[in-house]
Design a protein. Structure first.
Length: 138
């Protein structure tokens, strides 16, 4: 249970920090018009978009951490970034967007944005998980 909670917290926090800072960098570079830390409410409960996204980042964290846990050495970090770049991006584009009735144009900028912000999330989740699971010393 502790691992599940830590995985969720790592994914949640990585969304707020790593994902959103990567989105900010791309926004400032003019790659995407989408700004970070979107506080507009999303249906059905009107939760701010960034918190909804962070919740789902936590769910993805629960899925990702067991998948990468036994990867040795530096490959751990690479696999975390690749997992983040590929799986959440594909699900967002081909499952979530159609369910919401959103047509995402498959432009280079949109693809790059999805891959970059989600790779940042994956790496951030791995880093945050490792930091959270360390015992606190006095």
């Amino acid at each position: 249970m502790n691992r599940i909670l830590l995985s969720f917290c790592a994914g949640f926090l990585a969304t707020i920090v790593f994902h959103q800072l990567a989105l900010e960098a791309l926004h400032l570079a003019g790659v995407t018009p989408r700004a970070p830390f979107d506080l507009h409410g999303v249906p059905p409960f009107g939760i701010p978009s960034v918190l909804s996204l962070a919740f789902w980042g936590g769910v993805w964290g629960i899925l990702m951490i067991p998948c990468i846990a036994r990867v040795p050495g530096a490959a751990y970090w690479v696999v975390a970034a690749v997992f983040g770049a590929i799986l959440p991006t594909l699900v967002a584009a081909f499952v979530v967007a159609p369910l919401k009735g959103v047509k995402l144009p498959l432009t280079g900028a949109n693809i790059a944005t999805g891959l970059i912000v989600n790779a940042a999330w994956g790496l951030g989740t791995a880093i945050t998980y490792r930091l959270l699971r360390r015992p606190v010393s006095s």
